[in-house]
Design a binder for this molecule. Structure first.
Ligand code: ZN
Length: 388
């Protein structure tokens, strides 16, 4: 594979048809181009790495293409080539995050009135538009209220709720959805074949899962892995620090059975290996979800709890202790054998203090949590006896 151009740049779609996972968006835009019904302002909303800027650039070419094919840019004509080369004055990209100031928008407002240099439309792509200052938004709004006929604005944002409604109301809004794992996986396999990268299907599935809907993140990961040799599932697990399924199941079963000791052991093991506890919790939630869907409804409470822990963890100064305390709070304190002391046991203990008969009764008493013979019960009976 070529080491000169980053994989995701090389594989960036150049036509609407090549865009992965945004069918509704690209079909609507293609039709608008083909029918000559373009808006003056678009807002592309969606998480990072789902194709917002890519689609904006394709739209800029399609709008200016001298021989468009059913709404697609030809990518061969003078206008297309000039935009592709980055030399066109008629497609201007502004990074909202680094151009928050009023000056850039003022300049834009002056430029906007000049007719395009060689193309039909002057296209302004403003990425991360929600980062603009209020002043800049107000200046922009004045242009949007009376847009010159030859201008198209394309705003992209990961946080549309931060864009003033006065701006939103003047835009045609497109929601870019996270790209489904299956589609990301398929694209990775396609790229691997074309680039001669040995890639296991299970490895592609794992990368797709970790990318959380971002094709770009998946492509960057693939490139990173490919530089070290064939991309196997084992190497992906290692690079990403993903926990093996057995470890996740052990952890989930411990929590479901309110057995603190094995859960704490897992945390200790992760910590010793320098693993990211947040990532582990995320994977545990995912695994719990799969098992719940497969019929293990009793894991719902565990999954809910894990989601809560995952949310709180980044705010904690000492994540390991935080997680350990949460486990103890959820399972009950440790008994002498490392099992949790369940509520049933402490009730038994109180009664046990009254006399020998009560103690016998306590041993027989059903314990509300856990199956007979699990650690909680064993610990309970052994712990209560010395009190006699
Ligand atoms: Zn063209």
């Amino acid at each position: 594979m070529s080491g000169e151009v980053a994989l995701y740049r090389k594989w960036r779609p150049q036509r609407f048809a090549e865009v992965v996972g945004q069918e509704l968006v690209v079909e609507t835009l293609k039709r608008a181009v083909a029918q000559g019904k373009l808006s003056h302002a678009y807002l592309f909303a969606g998480q990072r790495g789902v194709g917002k800027t890519t689609v904006a650039r394709i739209l800029a070419r399609a709008a200016n293409c001298l021989s468009p094919e059913e709404g697609e840019p030809c990518n061969k004509c003078e206008n297309c080539r000039r935009i592709l080369s980055g030399r066109s004055l008629d497609m201007v990209e502004i990074d909202g995050a680094s151009n928050r100031g009023i000056d850039q928008i003022r300049r834009l407002r002056e430029e906007v009135n000049y007719v395009p240099a060689g193309a039909r439309y002057k296209v302004y792509i403003i990425d991360e538009v929600h980062m603009l200052t209020n002043e800049a938004f107000n200046a922009l709004l004045k242009t949007l209220e009376e847009p010159p006929p030859h201008v198209i604005f394309i705003f992209a944002t990961t946080e549309p709720h931060k864009v003033p409604t006065t701006i939103l109301s003047r835009c045609q809004i497109f929601e870019f959805r996270p790209i489904p794992e299956e589609l990301i996986k398929g694209k990775l396999l396609e790229i691997a074949v074309a680039e001669g990268i040995p890639l296991e299907e299970s490895a592609a599935a794992l990368i797709a899962r970790r990318a959380s809907g971002s094709l770009r993140d998946a492509e960057v990961l693939l490139e990173q892995l490919a530089q070290g040799g064939p991309v196997t599932e084992e190497r992906v697990v290692e690079l990403l620090g993903l926990p093996p399924r057995e470890e996740l199941d052990r952890f989930l079963d411990a929590l479901a059975g309110k057995r603190a000791a094995p859960a704490l052991e897992t945390v200790e093991g992760l910590w010793a290996r320098g693993r990211d506890l947040g990532l582990f919790l995320e994977e545990a939630v995912r695994r719990a979800r799969d098992r719940i869907i497969a019929g293990e409804g009793e894991l719902v409470d565990v999954a809910r709890r894990l989601i809560g822990w995952r949310t709180e963890l980044p705010r904690s100064a000492s994540p390991r202790i935080h997680l350990e305390l949460e486990i103890l709070a959820a399972c009950g304190p440790l008994g002498p054998q490392g099992g949790a002391v369940s509520q049933g046991t402490s009730e038994g203990k109180t009664r046990g203090e009254k006399g020998g008969e009560a103690a016998e009764e306590m041993v027989e008493a059903p314990i509300p949590t856990g199956d007979p013979g699990d650690e909680g019960r064993e610990v309970g009976s052994q712990e209560a006896l010395p009190l006699e």
